[in-house]
Ligand binder design. Structure first.
Ligand code: PGA
Length: 243
């Protein structure tokens, strides 16, 4: 399986025209495009090679939940993947591990693939790499509580140290590879020998992506800022396709 690049556009852009332009520039095999909700359908009908991913989903499919997004409705419009537990949602929307766990279970029931985001804040990493591993393990434990081993193996984990997101300070690739291996072992689902995929996220760009993707433990990247710069992202796609 090749390396995966997920383009997390976050709250960008604001017009359909810009969204389509960006989507067309990123429409390659091995790419997952994650636009804001209002553009999902239009982007979907214009994609030929890339797959489409939502940036979040709620834990119920219908009911009195103003403003929330039904996993089933996402599936019906052709979305294949959903990001759950991004650190920006944990921070600004106060999403807890318990809420994330409910979302994971609901999205699994709908048979959509999940990209589950985990990662430590700087206050933890400052204490050392072992502390970061403990933090990530505790997030995984809570976020995946009650999820069967077989299902766990199909979840894509995005390891995104919070201090590296949007800061221009990426993690160092050998430590990221070690964290990815740690996550894979943590999720190892014997007798299901499926190897869970782990992406790295946090200030990746066309200059540093190769250093991450060259590690066999790192299966791809969740790209924020660089994914909304068409030329920059095209370079990253070229590098990923050769990694
Ligand atoms: P960044 O964002 O590439 O801008 O650091 C990554 C993410 O939040 O997924």
């Amino acid at each position: 399986m090749g390396k995966l690049l997920a383009a997390n556009w976050k709250l960008n852009p604001t017009t359909t025209r810009e969204a389509l332009k960006l989507a067309k520039a990123s429409d390659q095999k091995g790419v997952l495009i994650c636009p804001p909700f209002p553009f999902l359908s239009t982007v979907k009908s214009n994609l030929k090679r890339a797959k489409l991913c939502a940036q979040d989903a709620f834990w119920e499919n219908r009911g009195a939940y103003t403003g929330e997004i039904s996993p089933e409705a996402l599936k019906r419009i052709g979305i294949t993947h959903v990001i759950i537990g991004h650190s920006e949602r944990r921070k600004y929307l106060k999403e807890t591990d318990e809420m994330i766990n409910q979302k994971v279970k609901a999205v699994l029931k709908t048979n959509l693939k999940i990209i589950l985001c985990v990662g430590e804040p700087y206050s933890i990493r400052r204490k050392g790499f072992a502390a970061a591993k403990r933090f990530v393990a505790s997030q995984l434990k809570k976020d995946l509580a009650g999820v069967s081993k077989k299902q766990r193996a199909g979840i894509i984990i995005a390891y995104e140290p919070i201090w590296a997101i949007g800061t221009g300070k990426s993690d160092n690739p050998p430590e990221t590879a070690e964290m990815s291996a740690f996550i894979k072992n943590f999720l190892a689902a014997k007798p299901y020998t499926l190897n869970p995929r782990v992406l790295y996220g946090g200030s990746t760009n066309s200059k540093n992506i190769k250093d991450f993707l060259k590690h066999k433990e790192i299966d791809g990247a969740l790209v924020g800022g660089a994914s909304i710069k068409a030329e920059e992202f095209k370079k990253m796609i070229r590098i990923a396709s050769r990694s």
